[in-house]
Design a protein around this ligand. Sequence first.
Ligand SMILES: C[S@@+](CC[C@H](N)C(=O)[O-])C[C@H]1O[C@@H](n2cnc3c(N)ncnc32)[C@H](O)[C@@H]1O
Length: 257
Amino acid sequence: MPKPPLRLQTTTLWDYPSQNYGPGRQGDTTYVGATPSYVIWNLLQRYTRPGDLVVDPMAGSGTTLDVARDCKRRALGYDLQPPRKDVFRANARKLPLEDAKADFVFVDPPYSDHIEYSGRPECIGELKADSDAYYEEMGKAIAEIDRILRPERYLALYVCDSWNKGKPLMPIGLRLFGMLSQRFTPVDVVAVARHNASLKRNHWHTAAIEGNYFLRGFNYCFVLFKEGRLRDGPFPDRRDPEEVQEHVADRTPGGPD
Ligand SMILES: C[S@@+](CC[C@H](N)C(=O)[O-])C[C@H]1O[C@@H](n2cnc3c(N)ncnc32)[C@H](O)[C@@H]1O
């Protein structure tokens, strides 16, 4: 099936049927837990302008780097176990970056311990999200994001809740949103439709009916703002006016589509 054109999402329910947009690739689709690249593209079009420095402290296969470069933004990515050379080895709780350097931070952290990323003890994916330890360590990573982000800039965190049969829900999204809101001002909460391979398996759906539970159908994407000077009005618009015009034209009757 051909991919639909890449357009700005305009509601708080985001959906795009492919992990990658366009003819190329962003990040590595075989990297377990890679972020769908259109999510990062939408965020950068909304909250950054060309030349801005975009930082991803848990960059994995580098989807953020590829999208940022596609959009003519500068990019820095870190990971405990970098799978490529332009992702630098660092712990998200202690990044080798000066204070207030980033114009935008995107992070897609591990959600509990379902995936083994590196097996290293510092990996947040070694911690179950029903433990206090997960939130304590995520708290340190969030504090580090606060340190490296410039005031009057935006950040986004992409995360999914976790559920295991017979156990209480682990509402990771809501808990992390609460933690983020203590440092930053909420801008929006987006639900991103999941297209995981497991969701295509009919027997998973049958089991969900038989067992009377739900499969995780969406990820949260939280957008927040780091306040600077006292603000008495709307959030500052960081967008490039020419890019905005292109997106408006894309939605204008008689335009593309
Ligand atoms: C969900 S994946 C990120 C996927 C990435 N956005 C992509 O598109 O490929 C989470 C990443 O967090 C990394 N990670 C876990 N704990 C970390 C830590 N303390 N510091 C840096 N990276 C960490 C893992 O190695 C893994 O690559």
